[in-house]
Design a protein around this ligand. Structure first.
Ligand SMILES: NC(=O)c1ccc[n+]([C@@H]2O[C@H](COP(=O)([O-])OP(=O)(O)OC[C@H]3O[C@@H](n4cnc5c(N)ncnc54)[C@H](O)[C@@H]3O)[C@@H](O)[C@H]2O)c1
Length: 186
């Protein structure tokens, strides 16, 4: 019995990198883990890898910036597990370009994934958590929310927004016993 036996977690962007490591650690503590990722091949690979390492993992393909895909993701989670205890908003893109070369499309790609994605996922996840007496949402922000390198404008703006969204969500969702916190890797 691990610390998280009986708890269910969703990790966005869990197919690789930090998200895959988070999924592994949560799974090693006994939680069934859903990895939601836009990359189908990487997600399927990570599901196999996690299972072969003893984790009860399920990959669901979802682009966090698209509301229909997010709604479908959390509908499937609720149908399969009947509950949700933790959402890790980890999916993110970094697209560092020269400020004057960067296009509006570049801006939206980063904002849509890094800021709209956590907004949508938090909303659909919190609806399930509220039914099972609470949970936790962990936003993976960045030290770029507080200090920047040149030519990181959309990324830094998205992570600063995510920090602000974290305290807005925390006070909004507290009455449902949902904690909302952020971690800023650097
Ligand atoms: N790696 C670092 O040094 C670092 C530092 C600070 C913050 N972060 C943050 O940590 C998080 C993870 O970073 P990483 O380095 O592991 O990234 P990564 O690029 O290795 O992995 C990101 C994952 O997110 C997925 N993804 C991208 N867009 C998506 C979308 N729209 N919908 C669903 N999935 C999507 C990708 O397919 C990929 O599997 C990001 O939010 C990043 O901004 C990373």
């Amino acid at each position: 019995m691990g610390l998280l036996s009986g708890k269910v977690a969703v990790v966005t962007g869990g197919a690789r990198g930090i998200g895959a490591a988070i999924a592994y650690k949560l799974g090693a503590e006994g939680a069934p883990v859903v990895i939601a990722d836009a990359d189908e091949e990487a997600g399927a690979y990570r599901e196999r890898w996690l299972r072969s390492n003893g984790v009860n993992a399920l990959f669901i393909k979802a682009d966090v910036s698209k509301e229909g895909e997010v709604a479908s993701l959390f509908r499937k989670v609720e149908e399969k597990f009947g509950r949700l205890d933790a959402l890790i908003n980890n999916a993110g893109v970094a697209n560092f370009k020269d400020f004057f070369e960067e296009t509006l499309e570049d801006w939206y790609k980063v904002i849509d994934t890094n800021l709209t994605g956590p907004y949508l996922c938090s909303k659909y996840a919190a609806r399930i958590m509220a039914k099972n007496n609470g949970g936790v949402i962990i936003n993976i922000a960045s030290t770029r929310a507080f200090q920047s390198e040149p030519n990181t404008v959309p990324y830094s703006a998205s992570k600063g927004g995510l920090i602000a969204m974290t305290h807005a969500l925390a006070v909004t969702l507290a009455k449902y016993r949902i904690r909302v916190v952020a971690v800023s890797p650097g």
